[in-house]
Design a protein around this ligand. Sequence first.
Ligand SMILES: *Cc1c(COP(=O)(O)O)cnc(C)c1O
Length: 499
Amino acid sequence: MDQNSADDTPRVIERSLDPDNWDEFRALGHRAFDDMVDYLQTIRDRPVWQALPESAQSLFAMPLPVYGSGPATVYDRVRDDILPYPTGNIHPRFWSWVGGTGTATQLIADMVISTMNSAGLGFDEVASTHVELQLLGWLKEMLGYPAGASGLLVSGGSMANLVGMAVARNQMAVTDVRKHGVCNSGEPKPRFYASSETHSSVRKAVELLGLGNDSLHTIPVCDDFTIDTAALRDAINADRHQGYRPACIVANVGTVNTGAIDPLPALADIASSERLWLHADAAFGAFARLSPRYQTLVEGLERADSLAFDLHKWLYVQYDCGCVLVRDSDAHRNAFSVLPSYLRSLDRGLASGPLNFSEYGVQLSRSFKALRAWMGLKSEGVQRYAEQIEQNIRQASYLTGLVMQHPDLELLSPTSLNIVNFRYAAAGLNAEALNELNAEILMILQERGIAAPSSTLLNGRFSLRVAICNHRSRREDFDLLVGSVVEIARELCGTDSSR
Ligand SMILES: *Cc1c(COP(=O)(O)O)cnc(C)c1O
């Protein structure tokens, strides 16, 4: 007999995805949090990198789960087969690419972010909107950027460059790019200028903006890897004569290869006399501004029309978090604003928030990532961050000293900020053999879990590249790095390491 026949209303079974047993979930959560804190606290005792073992690999070969096995069982696999294999940037001897470390406080932020699960719209009159606006205000203050500028938190430097350069493209166009697009015949083609050391995301942005990478005029660098401003002036003049329309200079405030800082005041002067937009890619270099000792290095940053930087690099914020600031907030909004009726704000109630973040960038729904940086800054204070950044700069010069003192090591770029490039330069090896030797040294350093520099090519030389945005590194870590490089090199060259 049908269950429902006893009474006429059918019994509707409704469920949610909430735990069946909240007490069990709470216990699991406490256990998981304890595991995370233990893991972070003992990070120094672990290898900086290790390859995934078979047990972990097998996890990733498993089929789509049709029926769940419950959070406790899943968590055990995560703890055993995922947690031990991170990129490693939380480790004190990780110096690859430009990896930031993150801080413990933000673990708590992550729980709050997930619990609230706010949509980050801005026109929602909720706490996340005000946290983000307050954070943007603090960032402007920290970087000496005008308080009236608009800003947006984005996924990272790549997206920040795209947003800033989109504003540049539109502002510098002759016709309405949003209406007509970029390919109007007869119009002079726009030109963007950036040095040969510029990050790949700038080229990507030019391509995504429909300009074609022919429009990115690459300017050579000087010996210190900063842009050759005389060559830049010549290029702008030559382009004008050939019927192009110079539109934007992209300044590097800390190049990814060597940390070189383009001469910002000179670039700002050129931009203003040539009436060009100045966009600064300050992905990590921006925060040198926090240090009274080193802020002169990034003088002129405040003159950029748009500024892209990462919080997940040298502000030690967990991934992912970048920011774009634009001096002319109307220009910023004009590049992105589309307001259909369903996104309009109202005078009162939930939709009465102060602004619509979607008018300033690509995304509509966004995570409440602002809370991580906000909690970090509130917990530590900006003074502590300034000290950590200074510590990293001093560590870079300490490592530079170790390299220069060692007869078998060679510095491959001047250390201007927090990036050191060097190699083992054994006598009697040709250029190609030296490159192979140093690549081998790097891979062994990583495979043995000792340290994780990354690599680059500088003037054709394979470089061990050490980028220091790591608040856990200590001088002894750089001693160990140098000692290990030399030891591995001698093993590889067959010379006695005990000499
Ligand atoms: C890291 C970096 C970028 C890209 O930033 P993401 O956050 O990785 O997207 C751009 N420019 C420079 C100089 C960088 O160091």
